[in-house]
Design a protein around this ligand. Structure first.
Ligand code: AMP
Ligand code: ZN
Length: 490
């Protein structure tokens, strides 16, 4: 285990030496997706960045408990405490149960994560599965005097809390500035203060997802879900809390306030935030309507795309920029990544058949691994790791062309470097493996389509409809035409 690993801590606004609370166990909590729609590529940037953090911490020898939640409890966009319930709207429109929507998009999310070769978290708790914990935490916050009830909704009293603690600590903002930048309260508003946020929300008669609570029927606020679930699985204070930068100002600020108000402890010692994926400089988001779906990118089926790109090319594209810098989407950048990724994979193959020479190598091979370790220890600097891997590619090609020499020992060092860094830490799979996976999927789908067509010919519509409906639940859509049946991911 490395004792001088630096992590940029949003809380202190500087790089700090990482010191876990309980060596060798590291607690890592990352805010997961909201599952009323597909994840877009921006969301994937954050999840891929934390996949690399998780992989690297495991690589250096920590035992990591990685918790990433699923937000499935009828929340909303924006501050998610007001307005219409997205699950209800969608459920009504599509004549389905809200949990059918949750199931469909959760499966879709898992499929996208597996395309990008992201490791599954150790625990993936859902908000709907932890209503009891959220009610308990809300009760404790009321008991401690930091929350109040108004017409069946429980609000966190920010101004009261801010008299004792620094509410804007995470983003270094003063309370007065926060208040003047927030919306005015209208006469009928039941909140006491403009910054107060809901811990528990009274369900209106048409709200579909609702639970009994000491304050009547309702549903939990968004921020309490992460506080309650991180506390349950990682304890009152744990090591690293992560998410996209857009979550720092409200969601994570409120998480800190809730935990302090409940346990008198800051929930996490290190706060890590990934910067945004942008399209022409504008943050990719569901609401801006500029969100590419990963599927669009793989197929090239999008007006802004000149062609499709493989999941590994996209993953490689993401890690060429440091996680704390913005990353702008462009066809040129993706094409460059495609070329770069191919060069890397070809060098891996060349390395397998490289001939060693007597004596010393021409280049210094051992420093490459040291450089990669140093880069990752310096706040997960993946672009520098990649630069060092390309130096290895240059050496391999040069030896292969007879311009340089390499020893048997150094060939072994390079093989270990590639396996450790390309496969284990960066999580890049040779394209053949991913296309082999796709080939088997094609074979399986062909078989399923044949079984369904046979059922249809035999007028066994129960079976043929069941196959279509079950595939749809797994986000696979069958399209019948006069030329046969095609399938695609929804
Ligand atoms: P959501 O489902 O909107 O709650 O987002 C899930 C995760 O994706 C959160 O950690 C967000 O901060 C992150 N995220 C959302 N938009 C982007 C973006 N454009 N670039 C990077 N991360 C994002
Ligand atoms: Zn969260």
């Amino acid at each position: 285990m490395n004792s001088n690993q630096l992590i940029y801590n949003t809380l202190s606004r500087k790089k700090e030496v990482f010191k876990p609370l309980h060596i060798p166990l590291v607690g890592l909590y990352v805010c997961g997706p909201t599952v009323y729609s597909d994840v877009h590529l921006g969301n994937c940037r954050t999840f891929i960045s934390f996949d690399i953090v998780y992989r690297y911490l495991c690589y250096v020898g920590y035992k990591v408990r990685y918790v990433r939640n699923i937000t499935d409890a009828g929340h909303l966009e924006g501050d998610r405490d007001e307005g219409e319930d997205k699950f209800a709207k969608k459920a009504k429109l599509e004549l389905v149960e809200p949990m059918e929507i949750v199931q469909r998009y959760t499966l879709g999310f898992h499929s996208v994560m597996s395309h990008f070769n992201c490791m599954p978290p150790s625990i993936e708790p859902t908000a709907t599965g932890h209503i009891v914990e959220q009610i308990e935490m809300t009760k404790k916050i009321i008991e401690n005097g930091y929350a109040y009830e108004a017409n069946g909704t429980i609000y966190f009293d920010v101004e009261k809390y801010a008299k004792e603690e620094n509410y804007g600590v995470l983003t270094n903002r003063e309370l007065d500035d926060l208040i003047s930048n927030s919306r005015e309260l209208h006469g009928q508003d039941e909140k006491k203060g403009r910054l107060d946020f809901a811990l528990w929300i009274k369900a209106q008669p048409d709200h579909l997802m609702r639970w009994q609570s000491p304050w009547g029927e309702g549903f939990p606020g968004w921020h309490i879900e992460c506080s309650a679930m991180s506390r349950k699985y990682l304890g009152d204070t744990f090591d690293i809390h992560g998410g996209g930068m857009d979550l720092a100002a409200t969601h994570h600020t409120n998480e800190i306030a809730q935990s302090q108000a409940c346990n008198h402890n800051t929930p996490a010692n290190y706060w890590m935030h990934t910067n945004m994926l942008t399209v022409n400089g504008v943050r990719m988001s569901k609401s801006a309507g500029n969100g590419f779906l990963p599927e669009d990118l793989f197929t090239g089926n999008h007006p802004l795309l000149e062609k499709g790109y493989s999941p590994m090319t996209v993953r490689f594209f993401m890690m060429q920029t440091h996680y704390r810098s913005t990353l702008d989407f462009s066809n040129e950048a993706l094409q460059a990544s495609e070329k770069g990724f191919k060069r890397l994979m070809e060098a891996m193959k060349t390395l397998e058949k490289l001939n060693a020479s007597e004596g010393k190598s021409t280049s210094n091979i051992s420093e490459l691994k040291q450089n990669c370790d140093a880069a990752m220890n310096d706040d997960f600097n993946t672009p520098i790791v990649i630069a060092n891997l390309f130096e290895a590619v240059r050496i391999i090609n040069s030896v292969n062309d007879g311009k340089e020499k390499i020893s048997v020992e150094d060939i072994a060092v390079l093989k270990k470097l590639f396996n450790d860094y390309i496969v284990e830490v960066l999580g890049l799979l040779p394209e053949e493996t991913s296309s082999a996976k796709n080939d088997s999927l094609d074979t399986i789908m062909k078989l399923i389509v044949d079984i369904r067509n046979n059922a249809k010919q035999n007028k066994d519509y129960t079976t043929s409809d069941k196959i279509r409906d079950e595939l749809l639940k797994a986000n696979i859509e069958l399209k019948d035409s006069k030329d046969g049946t095609n399938w695609n991911f929804k």
